[in-house]
Design a protein around this ligand. Structure first.
Ligand code: ADP
Ligand code: MG
Length: 880
């Protein structure tokens, strides 16, 4: 859709919200200008060159896909020169190169300078194209079309008109808005944008525009007069953020069609002119930046990526030097500002062109600051230098051309501005998540894992896991069923929580008894070594048998996770071989406790050898588990009796043989516990006795005191004089109180130890009974062939499967298995759940259930055979 007469009419009819009289003035003046400066349409007679001189291919070509491939490489700023048409063209002084890409200036020597005259008279400027007598059409094609087209592909662009006042900057940039044919780059760019959007139905492209004016270093919003914008309360400021530069307070307008965009352009243009009347502001003394912002989202791909770009169309203020204007007052002030901002622009351009400069002075003026991300960088940059063709303006022309050639040195690296739409990304991820959940549900149902919840855990579930971990560490829970990844992570998490709690508890207990020295505290260590409590290797001095203070604390000098270097007893070797075989009893939490304090050395206080004794035993307790587990030696055991012995008898046998080690530890712990209890009771008795003595002494003292009061008190220099008897009673009371405190402290420590020992004893008892059960089941109850079947590929100890769970069923294989699962699965960790979970996690995804089913069928079949002695035909289940 073009800018037709209706649109033009619209402009006249609706020149924003200004009084009609004013709008008329503006309209009339613009028409007058239009008549006065109408450009000659044919060739320029003065230079004798065709106005339609062929332009280089690279600048006249339209948007090509190849251009995209070129992006990312450095390219020079494109600099063009446009000469304002004139009948008085200085063809003697201004000459264009054959290729229309250079311009030579020749000045006549100033004869007044005398015989020796070094005045330079010739200059040659290399550019990207000279536009002489070029139509607005051609100018747009040459200068702007590519940059605008690439803006739609995500590249930022800046097109800037520079030059002396009256040289044609505004004509080039905005054109004669009353005349469609003479419209400038701005309306044409808007047209191109909307046309290209129509040609790209695959993309939803939004267009926004803003129009900024910089006048005397102040920012003005040329579109603030629109009813929905409203006047700005605070002055506009230039803000930098990671996304680039933006002008806080500048209104940005969404435009869905060409016509709206034009209206905005005209609104801004009108405001610019009106301001020159109302605010006495000369429009050619301000810089104007019209920005088109684009954002393209794909309609076809649900891609979260989208591209953004902006194209700045800059109409700079006149560049003539201060001296030339001969101005004063307000005009002088304007000229000063312009000169400053343009010279800062020039400095920024020079810095951009200098590869060695890493700082570009953008913030020196509002203009360079506002254009910071549009000069150089990743933009396509085009400069149009507007010059006069007359001899009288040659000085300014020269200066403008110098600016153009400096600009040509600047290189940019255009790149697509790709962004991610967070909302769309979330939606896509949600979709993906839903799909994966469905996949998981299918997978679960195929592998018979029903009712698995994958939602984040709530506090109750976490507390339950914490309790499982605690029970596991205490040894009251043998395995933690694996449910899903989230649960596994939480189990580990809770391990850490429990571990650090236990670490703290142990450390606190130890601190009560010992002086802990940090291993890195060399001063303290050497002090201790001097006293003779520690050898040079940092080990505590003492007997390793628990009789003295250095005993059995070797793990303290071992880093957590490292195995303690202790003497290897046959039982240790046995235990390590058992571990290798995959015996899967839980590790005692105490091991964590002890290892966790390994960063410190323990220096015992005077009377605490016994606690270490306990700790040493505690370590032994932690190695109970491997002592009981299967070993190759067991293969040699005697044939089992036809009828199992009674449990009481078997228990006695177990305690003497298989369970002898754990029984010994259990007994030892018990005797320590009893001994501590005895000591505690003795201490209590002593405390009571001391208490009684204290009371008696207090009474005697009170009696002495009352006696003294009755006999009259003696004082010497303010000090009370008491007799020897009373003095001795006071001393005795003091001593008794000290004793009381010491004994009380002793009792407290003993109580803590008793509590701790009690836990050990309970734990040992439980372990002893549990191991007995397993042993009893394996030795007398579960048939050996079933044990072999249960062990297949799993680390399960057959004796852990309660005999009551090994049942025989009547229907076919599939039904039996599912029945077995249904009855056994929900009923606790000791059941086949354990077996199931283990098998499933060990075997990979899809095939696991089939293999598990096959194995279960084998077990059931073996059970049937055993029970009935009849082969029911299940001995060879069909392998899936
Ligand atoms: P500037 O913005 O550089 O001060 P303008 O664009 O306002 O200069 O141009 C001054 C006058 O010259 C305007 O009336 C404009 O119409 C006219 N003019 C400038 N360049 C051309 C051109 N190439 N063809 C026709 N008229 C022109
Ligand atoms: Mg102008």
């Amino acid at each position: 859709m073009g800018l037709n007469s209706a649109t033009t009419l619209h402009y006249f009819r609706n020149p924003c919200r200004l009084p009609v009289a004013m709008a008329t003035v503006y309209t009339a003046s613009r028409l007058a200008v239009l008549v006065a400066y109408r450009a000659p349409s044919s060739c320029c007679s003065s230079c004798g060159r065709s106005t339609r001189a062929p332009l280089p291919r690279e600048v006249s070509s339209g948007h090509e896909p190849v251009a995209l491939a070129k992006m990312g490489t450095r390219k020079k700023v494109q600099a063009f020169v446009r000469v304002r048409p004139t009948d008085d063209f200085a063809h003697e002084m201004i000459k264009y190169g054959e290729d229309n890409k250079s311009i030579d200036i020749h000045l006549k020597k100033d004869t007044r300078r005398g015989v020796v005259n070094n005045q330079q008279t010739d200059w040659s400027f290399k550019l990207d194209g000279v536009l002489h007598n070029a139509s607005q059409d051609l100018v747009y094609e040459t200068v702007a079309k590519d940059a605008v087209s690439q803006a739609l592909d995500g590249y930022n662009g800046t097109i800037m008109c520079y030059g002396q006042t009256g040289a044609g900057k505004t004509y080039t940039m905005t054109g004669a808005t009353e005349n469609y044919k003479h419209r400038g780059i701005l309306p044409r760019a808007l047209q191109q944008v909307f046309r290209m959007i129509e040609e790209r139905p695959t993309h939803a492209i939004t267009v926004r525009v803003s129009y900024l004016e910089i006048y005397n270093e102040n920012l003005f919003d040329l579109l603030s007069t629109l009813p929905y914008v409203g006047p700005s309360v605070t002055p506009m400021t230039i803000v930098e953020n990671p996304q680039g530069i933006f002008i806080k307070g500048l209104s940005v307008h969404l435009t869905s069609q060409e016509e709206d965009a034009f209206s905005l352009l005209f609104e801004g243009e009108t405001n610019r002119i009106i301001a020159s009347h109302t605010m006495n502001k000369n429009s050619s003394r301000s810089h104007c930046i019209f920005t088109i912002y684009m954002e393209a989202h794909s309609r076809t791909l649900s891609d979260e990526k989208y591209i953004t770009s902006k194209i700045n169309l800059v109409d700079l203020a006149g560049s003539e030097r201060l001296s030339k204007t001969g101005s004063e007052g307000r005009v002088l002030k304007e000229a000063t500002y312009i000169n400053k901002s343009l010279s800062f622009l020039e400095q920024a351009i020079i810095a951009l062109g200098d590869q060695n400069r890493d700082h570009i002075p953008f913030r020196q003026s509002k203009l360079t600051h506002a254009l910071k991300d549009s000069l150089g960088g990743n933009c396509n940059m085009v400069l149009v230098t507007n010059i006069y063709g007359e001899a009288a303006q040659l000085d300014e022309t020269l200066s403008s051309l110098r600016f153009a050639s400096r600009m040509k040195l600047v290189t940019t690296e255009p790149a697509i501005n790709e962004k991610y739409d967070a909302e769309r990304m979330v939606k896509n991820l949600e979709k993906e998540l839903a799909l994966l959940k469905q996949e998981l549900a299918i997978h679960d149902s195929l592998s018979n894992r029903t009712l698995v919840n994958y939602d984040p855990m709530d506090e109750i579930q976490i507390a339950e896991i914490n309790s499982q971990v605690r029970r596991y560490l205490e040894g009251t829970l043998d395995e933690i069923d694996i449910i899903n990844l989230r649960q596994i992570q939480e189990v580990f998490n809770q391990f850490r929580v429990v571990l650090s709690q236990q670490e703290q508890e142990v450390e606190t207990a130890l601190r009560r008894k010992y002086t802990l020295i940090d291993k890195n505290d060399f001063a303290a260590i050497s002090a201790v070594q001097k006293v003779g409590l520690m050898d040079i290797e940092g080990n505590l001095v003492g007997e390793p048998d628990g009789q003295s203070f250095g005993l059995g604390v070797a793990p303290f000098s071992v880093k957590p996770g490292k195995k303690a270097k202790t003497k290897k007893t046959p039982k240790d070797q046995f235990s390590s071989s058992a571990r290798k075989e995959g015996a899967s009893s839980p590790v005692s939490g105490k091991e964590f406790d002890v290892a966790s304090v390994s960063k410190t050395q323990l220096i015992p206080s005077s009377k605490d050898g016994d606690l270490k004794d306990t700790l040493a035993r505690e370590r032994e307790t932690s190695s109970i588990e491997p002592l009981i587990s299967d070993s190759p030696k067991e293969e040699l055991r005697a044939p089992r009796p036809s009828t199992p012995p009674s449990r009481t008898v078997a228990f006695e046998e177990f305690k003497n043989e298989r369970g002898s080690e754990i029984n010994r530890i259990f007994k030892e712990n018990k005797s320590i516990l009893n001994e501590r209890k005895k000591r505690a009771s003795e201490t209590t008795q002593r405390i009571n006795a001391i208490k009684q003595e204290i009371d008696e002494t207090k009474e005697a003292l009170n009696f002495q005191k009352s006696l003294r009061e009755k006999q009259g008190e003696y004082e010497n220099k303010g000090l009370m004089i008491i007799d020897e008897e009373e003095f001795l009673l006071i001393l005795k009371l003091k001593d008794l109180k000290k004793q009381y405190r010491n004994e009380y402290q002793e009792l407290r420590d003993l109580r803590a130890e008793i509590q701790y020992c009690q836990r050990l004893v309970d734990q040992c008892r439980h372990r002893l009974l549990m191991e007995f059960d397993i042993w009893y089941n394996e030795s007398f109850m579960i048939p050996e062939d079933i044990q072999v079947a249960l062990k297949l590929g799993s680390s399960i100890r057959p004796g852990m499967v309660p005999i009551s769970r090994i049942v025989c069923l009547g229907e076919d294989d599939q039904d039996r298995f599912s029945h077995l699962q249904q009855t056994v699965l929900p009923e606790g960790p000791d059941s086949i759940t354990f077996y199931n979970a283990k098998v499933k996690t060990e075997q990979k995804a899809y095939g696991s259930i089939r293999r598990a089913w096959w194995r279960a069928a084998c077990i059931i079949n073996a059970l049937n055979l055993r029970r009935t002695g009849v082969d029911q035909g299940y001995d060879k289940p069909i392998r899936p």
